[in-house]
Ligand binder design. Structure first.
Ligand code: SAM
Length: 236
């Protein structure tokens, strides 16, 4: 059944694994993220603050242009941010953005994989992964890495789309996305590609249960799902 152009029977995930290597597309994404990501950054910040995390080591996985760690390291000066992305093109852009924001030395940006996080066991106070889970074809492997990397009591905030969102919401967000990203032919189709590649809530819940990650909550807000550490794992 098709509602507002979205095939709601289309249950199968269409993988969008891989990275943005195209320089022009990556720069366009960076430009748009700098322009429109302020409110999403504030929402993530409020969740981190709610967990009482104000210092220590943080890692942002799939950082893209680095907008989240740049914003957060200004708001949380006692948190030492590291950021990784599989795309060297994105890593260069994130470093440039950090320099432009005046915090190049404050954030360590490296090429790295969500499946092999560049940190010692139980060394992180905070792990972030924003709008990246749908790129990961092996989410259990990633969740296991999160469990390995976090200190006991460390917090995590993982945000992504979910494929079983309401077709009306998907339609509405797609209209807005096309409006904002209209000047790039590939970028403007990006929202639906990402939704198709995302997991349903049930799939994600099953992956979490199969993983060794404990003390998580899974909730939805519009087309997003939020996977967060519960108070039992908090620092606060
Ligand atoms: C949609 S972007 C999100 C960027 C950023 N978190 C944001 O919200 O603005 C997803 C990023 O994940 C990266 N990525 C994809 N697969 C990855 C993997 N296995 N490990 C690390 N990064 C990955 C891509 O290169 C891309 O920059």
């Amino acid at each position: 059944m098709v509602i507002l152009g979205w095939d709601v029977e289309m249950r199968d995930r269409i993988s969008e694994s891989g990275v943005i290597e195209d320089q022009e597309l990556a720069e366009y994404y960076s430009l748009m993220a700098k322009r429109y990501m302020r409110i999403p950054c504030q929402r993530v910040l409020s969740r981190i603050k709610a967990k009482g995390i104000e210092k220590g080591k943080a890692l942002d996985v799939g950082t893209g242009p680095g907008i989240f760690p740049i914003f957060l390291s200004k708001a949380l000066p006692n948190v030492q941010f590291k950021a990784i992305d599989l795309s060297p093109v994105m890593v260069d852009i994130a470093r440039k953005n950090a320099t432009e924001a005046g915090i190049r030395d404050g954030i360590d940006v490296q090429v790295g994989s969500a499946y092999s996080l560049p940190c010692e066991d139980h060394s992180l106070d905070l792990l972030l992964c924003i709008n990246t889970l749908h790129h990961l074809d092996q989410p259990i492997m990633f969740f296991n890495e999160v469990a390995r990397a976090l200190k006991e009591g460390g917090g995590f905030v993982i945000v992504d789309f979910h494929r079983d969102s309401s077709p009306f919401l998907i339609w509405g967000f797609n209209v807005l996305w096309k409006l904002f990203f209209k000047s790039h032919p590939r970028a403007k189709e990006g929202f639906l590609e990402s939704i198709r590649s995302s997991y349903t809530l049930e799939e994600c819940r099953d992956f979490l249960k199969e993983s060794v990650l404990k003390n998580w909550t899974l909730s939805t807000r519009t087309v997003e799902m939020w996977i967060e550490s519960t108070p039992a794992q908090n620092n606060g």
